[in-house]
Design a protein around this ligand. Structure first.
Ligand SMILES: NC(=O)c1ccc[n+]([C@@H]2O[C@H](COP(=O)([O-])OP(=O)(O)OC[C@H]3O[C@@H](n4cnc5c(N)ncnc54)[C@H](O)[C@@H]3O)[C@@H](O)[C@H]2O)c1
Length: 614
């Protein structure tokens, strides 16, 4: 049993009494036993001689000073919502200065190997996020509602309430974006956070917090702790934050969920899938997105493309050779491929070798360690790699877990499915454990097989003939919400044309639907490309979307798995502990809880008497 007590083994670098900004480092260790590292004797620990673990007390104390009702809430210190609007305005402005943005992009590159463009993208998203919460936008996050009560003087008000003392733990791969967005979200809603960024990269956020101080962030509002995972774990057990937001691996996520008895929100591992639909088009673009999704940042994005399901129509195209060509353009010099920080080369090669034992699997490209470099063995260095594995083998129980293990590096599995095997693809997606990002690449009707279109027309015709006419929401001429009268006249028009042409009413309606969309497209200068076939393609897309759960899913020919900008939700779905990042919804969900105050102020009815007991 460990108990935290203050002692001198750790030094506080910043003046915590004056600043409240705690940035500590291990500077020395008291040696009291024969082991060079030990400060306790394992044999002597007992109930009457508890072990003492040092250095965290300032953080525990600091967090414990924050009450449950937070630093501000809708009924207390509301001016702080405005303060944070101002801080965001100033910080967005500063970060928007080219030299400041360059400073952070370069700093990110120094600790987290990624190309300048990727690092700059991270700074850009962070700056845009801050812009989004300027002025009154922070107070709008705490918008309340009121519902009339049962009698005069009664009214219920729903509020977004902070948790008070909270902790934020973030990984190495986005040293600025993830911690800054979560930190500001926590602060906006009135919490006092202690922030722990992976120590390999924490210098970036340390500098960012200094920038925020410059912009008016009260120094006592945030504690910044620089430590390893185990120590942080012990700190959390001692400090008992009311909520901990964890971003990182599923292994640590599950441990913390247990240790902290569920008082967590999680953004954990991703095994992210992409399905290419039957409509083959824009091969250059799709290949480029596949390369970016799988290999940008050397595959060290939680949203990286882990598995690609290709419809058979793509197999004979140049897609895979093009992905290979693009992957092989990547080079160490500009960090478009680079060190893998948490998986060694040996581990990655071993994983590949195990996968190659699966019958029918083959190496498509890569699979070799990077050459001519000085990356220490502690890290990984692998060429961008893709492996083909047959879909029926993937689904076998003995292979499934291995194939769907997230390898946090430049690596993906590619498989293919036949027209009638979509159910197998969906089964694979259903059985995966991580549901972070996904992409359904499909929407253009031009390459759909004519027989499919015919089948659709026949099917729609029969449906329409049997029900006579479509409902208002599917009306080709009048659109959603058509009145009964309009529907009646449209019905008459369809029947008249059907009589004249010898076609069924359903076929006539489909033709009218098509003509309407063509007219709309012409009106819009050719922008709208909706046709019956594209409606079918969308339906197929809808089938995939309707039968999957990933929290951030892109759909359409431009669909990608990576991309966590500030303008849409990013986070897993299907887990009640799942967190999100970036948007107002994510901030409200993660960093506040619902509180309802029911005002019941009277008056008591004039002739009210004490009723019988109930
Ligand atoms: N879902 C998301 O939004 C998201 C974003 C980025 C990364 N990730 C995931 O993160 C993983 C890669 O990052 P990583 O290798 O740094 O993950 P990790 O889980 O090893 O570490 C994440 C953070 O947790 C800390 N930590 C480790 N053990 C801890 C413990 N017992 N108690 C408290 N803190 C502890 C680490 O020091 C680090 O700061 C991948 O699985 C990736 O998919 C997820």
């Amino acid at each position: 049993m460990f108990r935290f007590k203050p002692c001198s083994v750790f030094r506080t670098v910043a003046n915590r009494a004056a600043s409240g900004f705690l940035f500590t480092s291990l500077t020395s260790r008291r040696r009291i036993h024969s082991f060079p590292f030990a400060t306790i004797d394992a044999e002597e620990i007992s109930g009457s001689h508890p072990a003492e673990c040092a250095f965290l007390q300032p953080f525990v104390e600091s967090l414990s000073k924050c009450p449950k009702h937070g630093l501000h809430n809708p009924l207390r210190a509301p001016e702080r919502y405005l303060l944070y609007g101002d801080i965001s305005t100033k910080a967005a402005h500063l970060l928007g200065q080219p030299e400041v943005s360059n400073f952070f992009a370069r700093l990110i590159q120094r600790v987290s190997p990624k190309s300048y463009k990727q690092a700059q993208g991270e700074v850009f998203v962070t700056q845009k996020f801050l812009e989004n919460f300027c002025g009154d936008q922070v107070r709008f996050l705490a918008r309340s509602f009121a519902v009339p009560g049962n009698h005069l003087g009664q009214q219920s008000n729903g509020y977004r309430w902070p948790y008070g003392p909270v902790a934020i733990i973030t990984p190495f791969n986005f040293p600025l974006e993830i911690p800054l967005l979560q930190l500001m979200g926590a602060l906006y809603m009135g919490n006092k956070p202690v922030l722990k960024v992976d120590s390999k990269v924490c210098i970036v956020m340390e500098q960012m917090i200094r920038l925020l101080h410059e912009c008016g962030l009260p120094k006592e509002d945030v504690d910044f702790i620089n430590t390893d995972g185990m120590t942080m774990n012990k700190f959390l057990l001692e400090a008992k934050p009311h909520m901990t937001l964890f971003t990182g691996s599923s292994r640590v996520a599950e441990k913390l969920a247990g240790d902290l008895r569920g008082r967590v929100k999680l953004e954990d591992a991703g095994f992210d899938w992409k399905i290419l639909g039957p409509d083959v088009q824009e091969i250059d673009y799709v290949a480029w997105v596949c390369d970016q999704d799988a290999y940008a940042c050397s595959g060290q994005k939680c949203s990286a493309q882990s598995i690609l399901f290709m419809h058979e129509n793509w197999v004979s195209t140049s897609l895979v050779p093009q992905i290979k060509e693009l992957a092989e353009r990547r080079k160490l010099e500009d960090l478009t491929i680079g060190p893998v920080l948490t998986v060694t080369t040996d581990r990655m090669v071993e994983h590949i070798e195990k996968l190659l034992e699966i019958p029918g699997s083959k190496l498509l490209f890569g699979g070799q360690p990077l050459e001519n470099h000085s990356i220490p063995k502690l890290y990984g260095a692998l060429k961008p790699t893709a492996l083909f594995i047959p879909i029926d083998e993937i689904l076998k129980d003995k292979n499934f877990e291995l194939v769907t293990t997230e390898l946090f590096g430049p690596f993906q599995v590619i498989t293919q499915y036949k027209q009638d095997q979509l159910a197998l693809v969906l089964e694979a997606c259903e059985r995966m454990l991580a549901h972070l990002t996904a992409a359904v690449v499909s929407n253009d009707p031009m390459f759909l097989q004519a027989t499919v279109i015919k089948l659709v027309v026949v099917w729609i015709s029969s449906r329409i003939s049997s029900t006579l006419l479509p409902g208002a929401d599917a009306s080709p001429e009048t659109g959603a919400g058509a009145t009964e009268q309009a529907r009646g006249s449209e019905q008459a028009r369809v029947q008249e044309r059907a009589r004249g042409s010898g076609l069924s009413a359903g076929a006539v309606w489909v033709k009218m639907l098509h003509a309407t969309h063509v007219r709309r497209r012409e009106r819009n200068g050719g922008r709208e490309r909706m046709t019956v076939a594209s409606a079918w393609a969308r339906l197929r897309g809808m089938e995939v979307l309707g039968r999957s759960v990933n929290g951030t899913t892109y759909a359409g020919i431009r669909a990608r798995t990576t991309g966590a900008p500030q303008n849409h939700w990013f986070g897993p779905a299907g887990d009640p502990r799942g967190a999100g990042i970036g948007t107002p919804e994510a901030i409200k969900l993660v960093w506040s809880c619902h509180r309802e105050i029911i005002y019941d102020i009277g008056p008591i009815p004039h002739q009210w008497k004490i009723p019988l007991s109930t």
